[in-house]
Ligand binder design. Structure first.
Ligand code: PGA
Length: 246
């Protein structure tokens, strides 16, 4: 049985003060949730505050990004060791906004994932097709490439996969539960080719306009093991409803 995994991706939202306000409201709302992994990825500056406020709770913190070098003259970047030392066990890698706006390639994301895992972080690795790729019948080609190249020479331990169709992110257009299941089944098949039976234990999250009113149906699909939530994770009330989807 795969344990549900619900993660917030705050993107470039919330100051340290707003982060503290969120947790004050959110933690009591989810304190009794025992059977779901709850992870929140705030902006890097808010990570220490988020770690401090969630200590001893059922919520874990994730970074949104990292650089693959251990240290050096890389202005503006943060390393896996810095994230880990801040008490943060996870990082997201390969979000479509990083791929799209910061030109991050499969090869580059492979290096980041390797660096994160080598340091001891767990990785939420994101993949997903654009609308034109979907309409051009290229879903399998794109997802297949993102997985085989992005996860090249990487072991399955400490990986969580997030399928996020780019056309569903921040648009209010969610993939239907059937579309999500089809893509997730394909992804699981690819992961089986890469990792054998271990693929059965890997969590595959769906991301793209997940809301309190659609999470339950998405989560009812056999290969949808969780959600990566942007907009609806910014309010304690709506994100707690998503966490308590059951
Ligand atoms: P959204 O974002 O929930 O606002 O669509 C999801 C994501 O980008 O992870």
């Amino acid at each position: 049985m795969r344990r549900p995994f619900i993660s917030a991706n705050w993107k470039m939202y919330k100051t340290i003060k707003q982060t503290a306000e969120f947790f004050k409201e959110f933690l009591p709302l989810v304190k009794d949730v025992k059977d779901v992994d709850i992870v929140i990825a705030p902006p890097a500056l808010s990570i220490p505050k988020a770690v401090e406020l969630t200590k001893g709770s059922n919520v874990e913190i994730s970074a949104q990004n990292l650089y693959f070098e251990k240290e050096g003259a890389f202005t503006g970047e943060i390393s896996a060791d810095m994230i880990l030392e801040a008490g943060c066990p996870y990082t997201i890698v390969g979000h479509s906004e990083r791929r799209q706006y910061f030109n991050e390639s499969d090869e580059f994301l492979n290096k980041k994932t390797k660096a994160a895992l080598a340091a001891g972080l767990k990785v939420i690795f994101c993949i997903g097709e654009t609308l034109s790729e979907r309409e051009g019948g290229k879903i399998e080609e794109v997802l297949g490439r993102q997985l085989t190249e992005g996860l090249k020479d990487i072991s399955a331990d400490k990986l969580v996969i997030a399928y996020e169709p780019v056309w569903a992110i921040g648009t209010g257009v969610t993939a239907s539960p059937e579309q999500a299941q089809d893509a997730h089944a394909f992804v699981r098949g690819k992961l089986k080719a890469l990792y054998g039976v271990k693929a059965d234990d890997l969590r595959i999250l769906y991301g793209g306009s997940v809301k309190p009113n659609n999470v339950k149906e998405l989560m009812s699909k056999p290969d949808v093991d969780g959600a990566l939530v942007g907009g609806a994770s910014l309010k304690a009330d709506s994100f707690s409803q998503i966490v308590k989807f059951k």
